[in-house]
Design a protein around this ligand. Structure first.
Ligand SMILES: *Cc1c(COP(=O)(O)O)cnc(C)c1O
Length: 432
C-alpha cells in the first residue's frame, strides 16, 4: 500500500516511510492511496469472529502487500490484548468501552499498534529508533505504555514540570526500561518546541534515527477502525440503522470510524461531538473551517482548537466538503451540560467520564431528531482517570480500578532538564 500526502496527492511513499516520518515533508497527513473494500462474506461473518479475527481480516486487507500473515497476526495480537465491550446504557443506546487497556484510554490501541509496527519495520536496521514525545499528560502515558519493552525502540518523553497531574505523571515516569522521562522547566509548548527543534537539527538526525509517535501517524490512526467493526458486529440484530457518536479533539478517532465505513461496514451516520472547542461542529453547520486557540474544559483531552486530522476527514470524502457535511453531524456541549449528563446517566446505573459524556450528549441529540436508530457512543477513558470532575459531578467517591491504583505505587524516575535546546541536544547525543 502506498500513502499520499493530503497536501499533494502526487507525493507518495511506502509504508515504512509513512510510519517512520509520521508527517509528510509538506506537512500533509499520509492517507491510503486506495481504501480496500472488504468482501460481503467477511462482513457477514463478523458476528461469528473474535475481536482478533476481525483484526486479522481488516489489517490484512490494508497491509498484506507490506507484511506477512505471521506479522499481521503478531501485530493484531499485540494490539488487541484487551477487550472493547459494548454496554447497554438505555434503550437503543450503547457505550463502546475503550478504556480496558494499560492506561485506561482508547489511545492504548493506536500506541500499541504503532510501537509494534515500528519495531517490525525497523528490525533490519542496525539503528535504534528514538521516539520523541512532548506531552501534557495523556499522550505520554499511552505512548510510553505502548512502547514499553518493545525491542529496538527507545522513547524520550518531555513533560512540563509541575503541569501534569500526579496520576498522569506516574503513568509514564515509573516505567523504566526503554522509557526515559525528561522533566522540563517550562510549559507544554516549550516541550513541543524542543522536540520540533530536534527533528530539524541536521547533526542530530545524522547520528540518530528520530521519529514521532503523535496521533497523526497512520500507525496510530488506522488500527482505531478495528473497534468499530467489533462493536457493530455485537449490536443486537433489530433491523435498525446504526449511528456512532465520537467525542473528538483531533478527530483521529472519528476519521477511523469513517475509514471502517469506507471499507464496507454499513454504519449509517456519524456524530462529531465536542466541548467548547467547536470548530468542526461549526464547519459542519456551514461555517468556513477556522482554527481557533483552544479553550480549557472538563473534557481536557479534547481541548484542541486546530484539529490535526481535519484533512483526513476531507480526504475520506474525496475532499468534497458538502459530502462530509451530509454524512457527519456535529454537536458541542458546555462543561455544565457535561456534568449534568454524568449525573443523569449515573441514575440509569452507568458512570460516564467527561469525554464519554460529550459523546453521549451528541448521540442523544441526534437520536431525538432522527428516531429509529441504534446508537453507540465511544467511552474513550475510564471515569477514574478524570476522578476530580466525575466525583464533583456525582458527589460520590469513585473506586479506582487496580491497574490505575497500581501506577500510584510506582517510583517516579526523571531526568531534570532546562528549557534549553543545547542541553537537550547534548542529552540525546549521549544516548548513542
Ligand atoms: C485523545 C482523546 C480524545 C480525542 O480523540 P481524537 O482522536 O483526538 O479526536 C477523546 N477522549 C479522550 C479520553 C482522549 O484521550
Amino acid at each position: 500500500m502506498r500513502f499520499f500526502s493530503t497536501n499533494d496527492p502526487t507525493h507518495q511513499v511506502e509504508l515504512t516511510q509513512a510510519v517512520v516520518k509520521g508527517l509528510a515533508p509538506d506537512q500533509g497527513l499520509y492517507f491510503p492511496f486506495e481504501i480496500p473494500k472488504l468482501s460481503s462474506d467477511f462482513l457477514e461473518s463478523l458476528p461469528d469472529l473474535s475481536f482478533r479475527e476481525i483484526g486479522y481480516g481488516v489489517i490484512g486487507a490494508i497491509f498484506s502487500d507490506d507484511l506477512s500473515t505471521a506479522q499481521i497476526k503478531e501485530l493484531v495480537d499485540h494490539t488487541l490484548a484487551f477487550d472493547a465491550p459494548i454496554v447497554k446504557v438505555e434503550q437503543d443506546v450503547y457505550s463502546l468501552e475503550l478504556f480496558h487497556g494499560p492506561t485506561l484510554a482508547f489511545k492504548d490501541f493506536g500506541a500499541r499498534f504503532c510501537s509494534k509496527l515500528m519495531s517490525m519495520l525497523m528490525a533490519k536496521s542496525d539503528k535504534k529508533v528514538r521516539v520523541l514525545v512532548a506531552t501534557s499528560g495523556d499522550t505520554g502515558s499511552a505512548v510510553a505504555n505502548g512502547f514499553l519493552g518493545v525491542e529496538g525502540v527507545e522513547v524520550v518523553i518531555l513533560f512540563p514540570k509541575g503541569k501534569v497531574s500526579a496520576l498522569q505523571e506516574k503513568q509514564f515516569t515509573t516505567l523504566g526500561q526503554n522509557i526515559i522521562s525528561l522533566e522540563v522547566e517550562g510549559v507544554f509548548d516549550d516541550c513541543q518546541k524542543l522536540v520540533k527543534q530536534a527533528f530539524l537539527d541536521s547533526e542530530l538526525n545524522s547520528k540518530l534515527l528520530l521519529t514521532s509517535a503523535n496521533s497523526i501517524n497512520i500507525a496510530r490512526w488506522i488500527p482505531q477502525c478495528l473497534y468499530y467493526f467489533y462493536a457493530f458486529s455485537r449490536l443486537p440484530k433489530n433491523g435498525k440503522e446504526v449511528v456512532f457518536a465520537v467525542p473528538s479533539g483531533n478527530f483521529g478517532n472519528l476519521a477511523a470510524g469513517i475509514l471502517a465505513q469506507r471499507m464496507g461496514l454499513p454504519i449509517k451516520h456519524f456524530v462529531a461531538a465536542t466541548n467548547a472547542n467547536k470548530v468542526v461542529p461549526d464547519f459542519l453547520k456551514g461555517d468556513v473551517f477556522t482554527p481557533k486557540p483552544s479553550v480549557q474544559t472538563v473534557s481536557n483531552s479534547m481541548d484542541v482548537g486546530n484539529p490535526s486530522n481535519f484533512p483526513r476527514l476531507l480526504a475520506l470524502y474525496n475532499f468534497d466538503e458538502d459530502s462530509l457535511k451530509a454524512h457527519v453531524s456535529g454537536g458541542f456541549y458546555s462543561d455544565d451540560e457535561t456534568k449534568e449528563a454524568i449525573r443523569s446517566v449515573r441514575e440509569k446505573g452507568y458512570v460516564l467520564d467527561p469525554h464519554g459524556a460529550v459523546g453521549y450528549l451528541g448521540l442523544k441529540d441526534f437520536m431525538k431528531s432522527n428516531p429509529g436508530f441504534t446508537g453507540v457512543f465511544l467511552e474513550t477513558a475510564h471515569p477514574g482517570k478524570f476522578r476530580d470532575v466525575v466525583e464533583e459531578a456525582l458527589g460520590e467517591d469513585l473506586v479506582l480500578p487496580d491497574r490505575l491504583a497500581a501506577f500510584l505505587e510506582g517510583q517516579k524516575k526523571v531526568t531534570p532538564m532546562n528549557n534549553d535546546f543545547e542541553e537537550f541536544k547534548t542529552f540525546l547525543k549521549e544516548l548513542e
